[in-house]
Design a protein around this ligand. Structure first.
Ligand SMILES: [Cu+2]
Length: 117
């Protein structure tokens, strides 16, 4: 029986968030949060609920040893941030993201996905 790694996502919002802003939360990801994919993805694509400030938004993907498996710089367009991946052997990978949305609020979080059967 496989024990699924529960994805944990935490959000940190600036204290000035008194008004009802819609911060840039992770809406969905590919590979999906906590998922197992049969073959290595070529990139990770994160889609957020708000548009991002490219200069202050980043994503890192690392293997179980903590080594970066990202390839190239993250590319950001409106609500989407994507980063290429090196060829991934089967294993568990963690995606850590940190973004600044256009309403000047910072959010961050992380999740894992697995490659392999
Ligand atoms: Cu906000």
């Amino acid at each position: 029986m496989r024990i699924l790694t529960l994805a944990t996502t935490t959000f940190f919002v600036t204290a000035a968030a008194a008004a009802a802003h819609a911060h840039a939360f992770l809406d969905h990801a590919e590979p999906r949060v906590g998922s197992t994919v049969p073959s290595a993805p070529r990139e990770v694509v994160l889609t957020f609920s708000e548009s991002l400030e490219p200069a202050f938004s980043s994503v890192e993907v690392s293997d179980a040893s903590g080594h970066s498996v990202g390839q190239g710089k993250p590319r950001i367009s409106a609500t989407t941030m994507r980063v290429g991946l090196k060829p991934l052997p089967p294993g568990t990978y963690r995606v850590r993201w940190h973004v600044l949305s256009v309403d000047t609020h910072t959010t961050e979080g992380n999740f894992t996905f697995q490659v392999g059967r």
